[in-house]
Write a protein that binds this ligand. Sequence first.
Ligand SMILES: Cc1cc2nc3c(=O)[nH]c(=O)nc-3n(C[C@H](O)[C@H](O)[C@H](O)COP(=O)(O)O)c2cc1C
Length: 324
Amino acid sequence: MKTRVTELLGIKYPIIQGGMQWLSRAEFAAAVSNAGGLGIITAATHPGKKELVEEIRKTRALTDKPFGVNISMLPEVGPGDKTMEYVEAVIEERVPVVETSGRSPEEFVPLLKKAGIKLLHKVPAVRYAKKAERIGADAVIIVGFECGGHPGMDDVTTMILTPKTVDSVSIPVIAGGGIADARGFVAALAMGAEGVVMGTRFVATTESLAHPKFKEWIVKAQETDTVIIQRSIRNAARVMKNAAAAKVLEMEARGASLEELLTVISGRVGRRALFEGDLEGGTFAIGQCVGLINEIKPVREVIEEIVHGAQEILSRLQKILAQS
Ligand SMILES: Cc1cc2nc3c(=O)[nH]c(=O)nc-3n(C[C@H](O)[C@H](O)[C@H](O)COP(=O)(O)O)c2cc1C
């Protein structure tokens, strides 16, 4: 497979595992890279530069293929922002690829470029994709309303955002949000994307660090089992529909402050529940494509099924077109 994304990143298949806080650690990201995709570890999982450097070195020891580091930034620069520390870590360690999200990485672009790092900026709206191109991102990842994590505030789906972004920028477009199998992959390519990003599908893999109870929940879950929270703080997040999410919605309806919301939505609460298998105790990012996932399997199988499935879909489509 050859697209501008495989060429840019030096990978076999244009399939990228989006950064996932707490989950995308070295072993997991290396498994994705070793299977021909691009694995991404997440900076925010680590308290600071030193720990991130260790994780980068660990990843490098587990794969000789390209991999990335996700640097998720808060929408506003605030106290305790570790972005600069993380940027220093990726530059010093000469990480091949960085995925940014949350706010514009503009101030870091010259530093990343100088270090020869490829920048993928992830955005939930066409206007931000245009800005990503303007500030010098090498490719843009566009994620639609279906996605696990932060779909932005506009509620526009991947089906619309992908072709619109392709028409609006000339850098390569990577599509995400709702893609879990070969059908979604081919659809994204058909809409002009040159790669896909997947999060939810990779949570239900053998190598994922999520507690087995979460993986089992994903296999059973339906496409209606996620919900959007955090609209009141303009940081919408698609999460698993559970008791913690219901509590957040109730708090938001009565105008709770950020401090109060943080008692439920803070990363620490979610992390404990995630690793202890407490399905109701925290809020967990997950996308609507949970409804398409029926099996926990190794990362390599997920990727190979997409690649082989794509060929089958194409021959089916060719037959349909030949009849017209
Ligand atoms: C469990 C989980 C954790 C995530 N954590 C992050 C994160 O820390 N930073 C980030 O930029 N995106 C995060 N995402 C978003 C993914 O990188 C990716 O953009 C998204 O999952 C794609 O949509 P999909 O879930 O429909 O595949 C997370 C997604 C999931 C499912």
